[in-house]
Design a protein around this ligand. Sequence first.
Ligand code: AGP
Length: 616
Amino acid sequence: MCGVVGYTGTKQAASWLLDGLQTLEYRGYDSAGIQVVSPSGNLHGVKCAGRVAVLRERAAAANPVGTCGIGHTRWATHGAPTDRNAHPHLDGTGRIAVVHNGIIENFQELRRELMAAGHTFVSDTDTEVIPHLIQEAWDGPAHGDLAAAVRNACDRLEGSWAVACVCSDVPGTLVCTRNGSPLVVASTDDGAYCASDVMPLAGVTSHVLQLDDFDVATLSPDGTVSITDRDGRKVEHPSAIDIDWDASAAKLGGYSDFMAKEISEQPEALERLLKDRLGKHGIELDELSLTREELAAVDKIVIIACGTSYHVGLIAKAAIERWARIPVAVEYASEFNYNEEYLVTDHTMCVVITQSGETADTLTAARRMRGMGCNVFAITNVLGSTAARESDGTLYIQAGPEIAVASTKAYTAQMVASYLLALRLALANGSMERAEVEKHFHELETLPDIMREVLARRWQDKQAARLFRGKQSSLFLGRNVNATTAYEGALKLKEISYLHAEAYPAGEMKHGPIALIEGGFPVVAVVPADHVHDKTVSNIQECLARGAVVIGVATDGDERVAKMCSEVLWVPPVADELLFPTVAVIHLQLLARYVARDRGYDVDKPRNLAKSVTVE
Ligand code: AGP
């Protein structure tokens, strides 16, 4: 959601700003803009609704010249996605330009106050109050000190923000600050940079600094970055992260889209995650901040997540309850946050699952769990993300940058991270012997090769995708852990193909959704060779009896399913039925992608969606 970039230095700013915005496209947006300051203090802005590619064309025609500037991709919250509402926004004198990620909750009150003082506004955004407030401070108490003016202005804000600001009175100076929305800065030989996340910086530096809430950074053309805190005191040791993703990891590398690339990267992602995890203490999970004794005492686990990560939570629950015998509750963060009666025990542990580490609902929930005295353990993909910084311990899934909005490789890597956690807990509390834990770990090690085999069968998904032509809706069914596979498959299909998909535990279908089924209605049934196989087969029969066209996701050699289904997406046998979701979901990711492409959609940037949802 909204991307911020900024640069001041020796090279022309517009070119890097546009490249930086392009790498932030994955966050989801509907308009974009840049503002460049020339050394003589001319502000030149270009902005438009639509893609960065459109902005690039307009910038090429306008040719904004200057070595300092800011850029933005906007995901509309206040005001429609139009040229006028796109960032950057200017103050009343046209000297100060601002980009902003987040939401200003008290903007209406501020706007009224500023209008009463003679300010006029040209957009419908909450953001526009910020440059006007900076103008008030700049011409007033903070005269000549842009950092002080930005700090004064932000002191008036309620809500969340990552803000970058330039001013024609101080042409090479760029000031940025944050509260609740991520922002990183970097100092290099050719200048200083800021960005919403490390992705745009991966090509320019391997070392970035993280701002804490209310820190204000002043970036200078010689590359100097000076950070002060809320009270204006110098921050001597800002927290730093080393980027270990090389820039090429965020490039297509021969694939037609990032979703295809990321689906294909799943085996290697799991291999990285599992490497060196079996050691002399059993499962090595030093990322946990609890001692073995404290782990053994955990008597309840609350998993907090949203969307696809919530589905990981459902699988994690099954693994933890089965292997570690600890009761688990899985909560949608957005629901948990408004459940005032939530109960925890003295030894409740909270597990936060979030690919981006920036999902606003999840962060709020995690803070609340900490406030309730729980140890918070984060499973995330993004180095230095807010979830990682605010948790007691963090397990990075090391899946590499996930650019496509629809999560794929992060889903399976988070799932395997959860299996590791379950095994570690089982060992700590004695519910499993070490030999048994090791056996399960070795079963996890077989997953990458099974994934490779599923990936080699992608033609099956392409073929099955044809059954969705001309359809308006579909039903995904599965039992036990594969009800979750059905939920995730349906979510993927909805996200990128805009085709309605309902997902249900197969046995629950007859209590309502069966009414949807008529001749030719597509049903995807996840029906592995597991302990509920016969039950799911009966549900498939019920669908067939009403004319459904059934696509099965089944274990190799299942003749019974082959006879019933119009298409079967075959999965090699797995050592433990708990692991089937990790590999079977690849078929459903591929299926969704083929259906979406068949319908002519951009699978990487589905409409209305954002990669990291930083508003509640
Ligand atoms: C996944 O395909 C979705 N785009 C979405 O449901 C996502 O999983 C959700 O917004 C949570 O994101 P997070 O893992 O970054 O917290």
